[in-house]
Design a binder for this molecule. Structure first.
Ligand SMILES: Nc1ncnc2c1ncn2[C@@H]1O[C@H](COP(=O)(O)OP(=O)(O)OP(=O)(O)O)[C@@H](O)[C@H]1O
Ligand SMILES: [Mg+2]
Length: 314
């Protein structure tokens, strides 16, 4: 990748007594790129990012932030990172604005620029109209958004979000995903951990699939999905001359396999969305009346299952 790398971690390792929480984790994130660590509970996501941010001592591996080596004492490298922890770190008795002002002062931001920045951050996290309400009265999702705002105050080059949508209402969840997309568009590098496949697919330019402290595979969604060689599956509910339709569909260039299964035609297709109009035309010309279409594309959940033999969620 030709863009500047904001974060490079290599060979990260952490052992708690006998438990190897992180075995060997490496990845890199460029400016403007969103990288996802997708894995189930206990996979080693939080432990990995804690080492990447320099808040947890590592037993092995290296971390470079903006080209500078990171140690737990290096302040320059750490200043480039905004960490939004999995557990909330906000004061319930303070308003949203007061929380942001308080943490901004901790970052040594001067009064006037801080006040302006707090206004900007409130807008980014969609809490401008609730700025002067106490955080303790917020919904779970609003608390989470405030937690994210704190991580953004000092305009980090890298934003690290640890499962920011767990236990959040759908409206806040969407607001969180939209702000991450917006920040990424503005050039921020984002490291995003989740066990929600949908979030990884929507947000992340590249995804590292992590399980038992190891990155099992890494790449874009398309690269990961093609790795398991799964094609799209199309099911057509049909009446009429199904046998003729199956033969006609089998001859379509995008179709890998076509078969009939009581009242429906099941197809294995390359690029179902593109091919669908042609498939429907062929079925109709062969004398089948299609009344329903169901397309299932392979996804990261299927990749995870393939790599680990288990589901992402229990
Ligand atoms: N301080 C600690 N002491 C002992 N074991 C720990 C500690 N922190 C984490 N672990 C263990 O290390 C493993 C990885 O934990 P980690 O929190 O990194 O997982 P995770 O992927 O973030 O999971 P989750 O999705 O539940 O947040 C787990 O088995 C966990 O119990
Ligand atoms: Mg975690």
């Amino acid at each position: 990748m030709s863009q500047q790398l904001v974060l490079e971690v290599s060979g990260l390792r952490k052992v708690f007594k006998e438990l190897v929480a992180v075995d060997d984790v490496s990845f890199a994130i460029a400016a403007g790129e969103t990288y996802g660590l997708l894995g189930p509970n206990g996979a080693g996501k939080t432990t990995s990012i804690s080492m990447a941010c320099g808040i947890l001592e590592r037993d092995g591996g290296t971390v470079r932030v903006d080209g500078h080596d990171l140690t737990t004492s290096s302040t320059t490298a750490k200043a480039a990172i905004g960490l939004v922890p999995q557990d909330l770190a906000i004061y319930p008795d303070l308003t949203a604005r007061e929380n942001l002002m308080f943490f901004g002062r901790l970052y040594d931001m001067r009064a006037k620029p801080l006040k302006d920045r707090v206004g900007e951050v409130l807008a980014i996290i969609g809490l401008s109209d609730r700025a002067d309400d106490r955080a303790g009265q917020f919904s779970g999702g609003m608390k989470r958004r405030l937690n994210i705002g704190i991580g953004l105050l000092h305009r980090p080059r890298l934003l690290v979000l640890d499962e920011p949508t767990v236990g959040v209402d759908p409206q806040s969840r969407n607001a969180i995903l939209e702000s991450v997309e917006h920040l990424s568009d503005e050039g921020m590098a984002v490291l995003y951990t989740t066990h929600y496949m949908e979030e990884a697919e929507r947000l992340c330019d590249r995804v590292g699939i992590i399980d038992e402290g190891l990155i099992k595979a890494e790449g874009t969604r398309a690269q990961l999905v093609s790795m398991i060689g799964e094609r799209d599956r199309v099911s057509l509910t049909a009446e009429g001359n199904i046998a003729a339709a199956v033969a006609a569909l089998q001859a379509a260039p995008a179709v890998d396999r076509a078969s009939a299964a009581d009242g429906s035609i099941v197809l294995v297709v390359d690029g179902a969305r593109r091919a669908l109009p042609d498939l429907l035309r062929r079925a109709s010309e062969a004398g089948a009346d299609v009344t329903g279409v169901d397309v299932s594309e392979p996804n990261l959940e299927a990749v995870f299952l393939h790599l680990t033999g288990k589901a992402l969620r229990d």
